[in-house]
Design a protein around this ligand. Sequence first.
Ligand code: NIG
Ligand code: FE
Length: 408
Amino acid sequence: MKLTGPFKQLLTMDNLPEKGPLSDDQLEIIPDAGILHREGKIIATGNFNQMKEQYATTTIEWLEGDYVGLPGIIDTHTHICWAGSRANDYALRQSGKSYLEIADMGGGIWDTVLKTREATLEELAELTEQRAGKLLKLGVTTIEVKSGYGLSVEFELKILEAIAFANKRCMADLIPTCLAGHILPKDFVGNETDYLKLIIKKLLPEIKRLKLADRVDIFVEKSAFSIPAAKSYLSKAKEMGFDIVLHGDQFSTGTATLAIEMNAVSIDHLEAADVNEISILAKGNVIPVVLPGASLGLGEPFAPARKLLDAGTSLVIASDWNPGSAPMGNLLVEAAVLGAREKLTMAEVWAGLTCRAANAIRKTDRGILKHDYLADIIAFKTNDYKEILYRQGQLTAGMIWKNGEIVT
Ligand code: NIG
Ligand code: FE
């Protein structure tokens, strides 16, 4: 058993509603706090001095100086298992070409698929571990990772295996998702329905058997998969017991209804979502995940985060780190910038990175600092939590604990 502290302020992120706007005075902030933890789990939080007396024989992990503590950040949407670079696409976009035009010219997702297919399992595991390590250093203790740059039974399995290897080697928890429905692979003979049928028949059962993922994602867009094809694919994946998420409303609208019908856990992107899409989402329980890194990477508008919250939805913020649309890979910078632009309160941004993010990966053991939750903790060297987002990602977590262990 260990008592860690004192934290000048501890933001537990406890007792916040799952949906709708949040004001900063709803945040539970424990001053001069301590966290008692054992074997990776929190036993209690409270006043450090009182806890020190109450648990007099406990080892103390002293924090020197002022620290603000928060739950470890949860990034619910990344594509960090890839090889190669798309700097060329980025330069072309700055010369005026669009994401979709670049894809037609031989760049885009397919280019990364070819490079990723060439890489060995070991190389992919190494690249994923490095990127996950970079996120962990920023305080991201749980990282969702999608496949989607393999786009055949063999290569998708290779990517998911690489993610599983990286998960074993990295202190952060990696949550794998099958994104075989990223685009219709250019070398596939047949249409989108034929391809998705093959995935259902040959890939998803293997993923189940090898326990490589329990989430299935699809990119629904003109350049990717149509709504009817996605609907039948997702229904079957659901019958097989997978949780459903989707890339929707990135460039065009219409996927909110599909997400609700499929009882998806989340709908991610939403840069193009209009009032109609927002009102559809407001009536259901699908979690909107916004990806400011993709807006920054593509030079596109941000998703209407303020309007979504005001309509009464939840709001999660994730990095979408990938070589094409979101090359930055710094969730703290991205969330801070989105918050400034969209007028999100500090509480809304932090909830979108912690307690609300946990719901988007269906985890009930993290995202809040309280009894029985994981001791995934981040601490920033400051005496006021408002400094963190104000410094727009330049004040980074000085200390990070994953399962109660200090990350070095
Ligand atoms: O979430 N929109 C589709 N997929 C990714 C981009 C992947 C890529 O460009 O390589 C995204 O933005
Ligand atoms: Fe994505």
